[in-house]
Design a protein around this ligand. Structure first.
Ligand code: PLP
Length: 449
């Protein structure tokens, strides 16, 4: 495999990358090719976006059909068939009563929309004192300043601290790291009690909402909530009149085996944010989905003061609808569960060979493994080693794309997400492992582990 250095000092782009990257030529299914003909397995669906795989013909046809009709209609001038249809479909996939949909173009916008709706609802019902949004550490909710204020990831937030009203945080329920049994309902209750204590400490009448990622994304590395946690959190929020927001930007769209990740448990949110797999890499698309009575209360008091120019774009919505049709037609969520279980078993098997893999976690096709210096103490590898970076490059040079992040909330720890498209077959799991295992071996040699 050749990975030519195409970085050009005079390039107008300044995306962050410490490594040369080839030029993308085409992509199909789970594969991507550069302009030199090298083939890559998209083992992370981009950034957990391309859930249904690349170049799906049904979606491309739907896009072409919509392009022939119209590509833009401003939401204050027109409703479009595409946006109406996708809103109805999205509401049908959410919980009963969560039947109002507000389209946006990405995850950060969806989160901002959720927080702003919550605040305007509090104002509408005469609870102006409620403004704090409690979130978890670590967490990632987006890069705009509002979403960053609730994000628990120090290295991303620290440079902007003077510019933000930083919001209170509670620990994410990392049972593995904290040494608890994730299958014991007492563990879920323990972490929900930390939320209860935080709400009391802040003053319940100042707390507007609590936001969580139902299955964690890049910040926690596919953290699955411990038994009883989701239900206990719902109960704590209800007790204090705090709205519950689910950030389904990464866990939504089917990759956990359910369309919304939280549907793997019983508790419903009041508002949710979805993006990534919603447009599945075909278009920039996201949505906020909310309880109808919240929206009605806000509308009755003069309307929702919020909106983006591209909200409800017909091309984006027609595409999003076609994505959901394909997920259902090909039963992709069932495949995410069954093939995801196979992939997780294969990743777990690697722990026998590589002692520096401390944990394998996740569900469906949202999986991750964490690297440690010591499996018993869970001490992270020295940050200066840049382990996640090195392993990513070892995989990349073998034609496998995986997604690296710091695991301990910004400056330390290493985990890597393995989250291929939901269409991945068992044979393709084999192809992924045929690249990942030698990459790990080469990484161990490079770092003397
Ligand atoms: N929320 C979660 C859970 C995410 O994983 C992300 C992106 O990774 C976002 C929000 C922000 O989405 P976007 O990058 O589309 O703004």
């Amino acid at each position: 495999m050749t990975t030519p250095d195409r970085r050009n000092a005079r390039s107008h782009l300044f995306y962050q990358t410490d490594h040369p990257r080839p030029v993308l030529d085409r992509a199909e299914g789970i594969y991507m090719w550069d302009t030199d003909g090298n083939r890559f397995i998209d083992g992370s669906s981009g950034a957990m976006v391309c859930n249904i795989g690349h170049s799906n013909p049904h979606v491309l046809d739907a896009m072409r059909r919509q392009m022939d009709k119209s590509t833009f209609g401003y939401r204050l001038h027109f409703v479009t068939e595409a946006s109406e249809a996708l809103a109805a479909k999205t509401a049908s996939l959410a919980w009963p009563g969560m039947d109002r949909v507000f389209f946006v173009s990405g995850g950060s916008e969806a989160v901002e929309s959720a927080v702003k709706l919550a605040r305007q609802y509090a104002l509408a019902i005469g609870q102006a004192s409620r403004w704090k949004v409690i979130s978890r550490f670590p967490s990632y909710h987006g890069c705009t300043l509002g979403a960053l204020a609730i994000t628990g990831y120090d290295s991303l937030a620290d440079p902007f601290l003077p510019m933000m009203q930083v919001m209170p945080k509670v620990p994410a329920p990392r049972a593995w790291l904290d040494g608890f049994n994730p299958d014991d309902p007492a563990t879920g209750r323990y972490y929900a009690d930390l939320l209860d204590q935080k709400i009391r400490a802040e003053g319940p009448d100042t707390v507007l909402a609590f936001i969580l990622e139902p299955v964690g994304g890049a910040s926690t590395g596919a953290l699955v909530p411990p038994a009883g946690y989701m239900e206990a959190v719902r109960e704590v929020c209800d007790r204090h009149g705090v709205l519950l927001i689910h950030d389904e930007v990464m866990s939504g769209g089917g990759r956990t085996g359910k369309f919304f990740g939280a549907q793997n448990w019983t508790a419903a949110p009041d508002i949710l944010a979805v993006s990534k797999g919603f447009g599945a890499g075909y278009v920039p698309l996201g949505a906020m989905v909310a309880r109808g009575d919240l929206v009605d209360a806000v509308l009755a008091k003069g309307g929702f003061a919020h909106g983006f120019t591209y909200a409800g774009n017909p091309l984006a919505c027609a595409t999003g609808l076609a994505v959901i049709e394909e997920i259902e037609r090909q039963d992709m969520m069932a495949n995410a569960s069954s093939t995801g279980a196979l992939l997780k078993a294969e990743l777990t098997r690697l722990m026998d060979r590589f002692p520096f893999i401390g944990d394998v976690r996740g569900m469906g096709m949202l999986l991750a493994f964490e690297l440690v210096a010591d499996r018993d103490t869970k001490e992270p590898l020295p940050p200066a080693l840049k382990a996640f970076d090195k392993l990513t490059e070892q995989a990349y040079s073998r034609g496998l794309i995986i997604y690296p992040r710091r695991s301990r909330g910004g400056y330390a720890g290493d985990h890597l997400l393995v989250a291929p498209p939901m269409i991945t077959t068992p044979a393709q799991v084999g192809e992924i492992m045929d690249r990942l295992e030698p990459a790990l071996a080469a990484f161990a040699k490079e770092c003397d582990l």
